[in-house]
Design a protein around this ligand. Structure first.
Ligand code: B16
Ligand code: MG
Length: 216
């Protein structure tokens, strides 16, 4: 039967985490805050505003709203500069195959991302047309693990949450899917994503058998 397959963006479709990291690092450096790769893990799936707060907390920096607004703009400008040259080569291995497979099987496909830059990324990588619905950081007021983003996606596809499947790389995203009573599929490390119903290291391990098992 027809299901809703909901994809997270960063860490699932593209590896934009490396660009977020570079952009945040510029801000952190200017504020003399030590911001490492491990710290960057804390920002995955987290909104831009919350990410800045986490970085400021790491450095014990108190700031005015005015300064915070300025840094948020600087961070995003820097981040966008990394996206200028983005193309289909940045789509993570196996993702395109699954999108094609789901389209062939007449399944609902949606995006459920915290990013406010989701649309231009889907456009630049050439996969926008695969998506029947897009819910991103511009459309929700509650961040993952709140299920709002995924519930909205299922609603737009007119499919019951119980018939939805979420692909996520973040713990908060897996929790959001579980709270929404959707099937949660972790993309990444089993040790980190153990709350997921299914776990795959990356999309090259997601095969037609698995998709058929979900659909039937
Ligand atoms: P933006 P996802 C998230 O994307 C990223 O994982 C997170 O690191 C980022 O802060 C957030 O989007 C907001 O992104 O600054 O572009 O609005 O994993 O939910 O697709
Ligand atoms: Mg993600």
């Amino acid at each position: 039967s027809k299901k809703a397959f909901i994809f997270d963006l960063d860490g699932v479709i593209v590896d934009t985490a490396k660009y977020h990291y570079l952009a945040w690092q510029k801000i952190a450096e200017a504020l003399h805050i030590n911001f490492t790769h491990e710290h960057n893990e804390l920002l995955k799936g987290v909104s831009r505003v919350r990410s800045l707060d986490i970085i400021l907390e790491l450095g014990n920096v108190k700031a005015s709203q005015e300064d915070k607004d300025k840094w948020l703009i600087q961070k995003n400008d820097e981040y966008l500069s990394y996206l200028v040259d983005m193309d289909e080569s940045e789509i993570l291995p196996g993702v395109l195959n699954i999108l094609k497979l789901l389209k062939d099987k007449n399944q609902g496909i949606a995006l459920g991302s915290a990013s406010k830059n989701a649309r231009p990324i889907l456009e630049k990588t050439g996969i926008l047309s695969y998506f029947d619905a897009i819910v991103d950081g511009n459309d929700v007021s509650n961040a993952k693990p709140d299920p709002e983003v995924f519930l909205k996606a299922a609603q737009l596809l007119k499919i019951d949450p119980k018939n939805a499947i979420v692909f996520e790389d973040s713990v908060a995203g897996i929790q959001a899917a579980n709270i929404a009573e959707m099937a949660s599929v972790g993309i990444g490390e089993e040790t980190i994503l153990h709350e997921a119903d299914y776990i795959f290291k990356d999309f090259t391990f997601v095969d037609e058998n698995f998709i058929d098992k979900i659909i039937n």
